[in-house]
Ligand binder design. Sequence first.
Ligand code: NAI
Ligand code: CS2
Length: 474
Amino acid sequence: MARAVSYDRAALRPRAAHLGVGAFHRAHQQSCYDELARAGGDWGVVGINLTPPDIAASHAAQGRVYALVTEDGQGRACHEIATLLQVHDAAAAAAVDWSDIAFCTLTITEKGYCHHSGSHALDPQKVAADLAAPEAPGTAIGYLAWMLERRRQAGGAPITLASCDNVADNGRLLGSVLRDYAARAFPQLPDWLERNVAFPTSMVDRIVPAMSDASRGRLEAACGRRDALGVVAEPFRQWVIEDRFAGPRPALETAGVQIVADLAPFEHMKHRLLNGLQSAYAELGRLCGHDSSHAAATDPVLERWARAFLAAQAETLDCPEGEDLEAYGRTSLARLQNPTIHHPLNQIASDASFKLPQRIAAPAAERLAQGKSAELQAMVLAGWALQAGDTRPDGGGVVTSDPMGAQLAQMRADAADSEGLMRAVLALPLWPDRLGQDADFAAQATRWLRAYAAPDPALRRARIDDFVRERMNA
Ligand code: NAI
Ligand code: CS2
């Protein structure tokens, strides 16, 4: 039975905003705001979507309430979420009243920051249209800069902009690209930003696959109705945010959010263990013939491989306060084995050129610097070299997309052999220099590229199994 809304929605005020009202925001930050409201808080959220699909009309049509279903092998729960007070699609974004908003979060996908992947630098080409017409922005960076310039001119109050995307040091990335853009578009804005805007880094975690016919069916069974904005997620939820704010903020601690001075250990732990394993399965799982992370995580060969991979990744981590890295790794694998969450590997493989630098390449480079093998990470990069840009749909019709996909497909076509292809991939400006300079790493990645060339997924799987059994004493 659905958990009804227990608070007076009229008492909620539009004090927060969110850019990117996608499935994850509706399942994660909104569930935190909902808990705050149930505890007596008055923070409501103004949602803004700058890219399709438009959802404002659907949100209004169903009374500005939607269902969040959390489920695992032990059961299913339906939560009615009413803290998303408004939704504005791109055409209406310019009219949003930001004057009372003190805290804004973002989930605009890794590519939404208009930066060079693997860096915090703005890519001017990605904002060229906005720089030509800064009063009519189309990108999230252009829109935020334009909003902040109007706030500056109006003598507006300080504001916190908190990225919640899976990119390395997301707060510093947002601050970096926004300051660079502002200097080009609104010369008086950078100084105001320094004094009035905070960019905390966040680590956010809840597995929220894109909705499918099957998950929509489970939502209807749990909540007793169809729901255009409904989402289905695992029960696990974590939000760790850097203690860096400008102006008032919601009492996020009420919802179990951790406010910490040093965010990096938490971010690296999540990016390299949970996210790293997901991206590893996105490559190796598909090579072994699997469509979902659940299928990969319950494959005995890939489960054995995962235990070796998680141990190797954990060796590059400092343990965050209050955490246990080995237990976190076990929990990460168990979460991917959740029988109700069938996360398409093609969805996880999407935008991999923005994900693999922090999830795979950075720990690989650190292992090499420690004089340790990074062959497990090389296996993942070789899988990416072979599959990036392959847009064939999986069994469920899900396709993968990556801004560098076409470039990788061309590199495969142009390469004389596996060694030439791997050399070209490791020369891309995505990775730490050490990866391209280490002959052993390049040789290992090349050998796996050749091993993956076997046409039969069962043969590829057998080669992975042989490696794990022989080399990792698994
Ligand atoms: P989604 O596809 O449901 O929603 C994507 C949202 O991003 C939409 O609101 C869309 O308007 C916006 N968007 C997409 N491209 C954009 C661009 N170039 N500029 C501005 N806005 C853009 O995806 P979902 O599941 O909500 O994930 C979004 C992001 O949330 C992920 O990329 C990741 O960084 C983060 N995240 C997702 C998790 C998940 O399990 N789905 C878990 C943890 C973080
Ligand atoms: C996934 C993440 O698609 C992907 O890149 O690895 O969305 C993952 O599900 C979340 O980060 C979990 O919190």
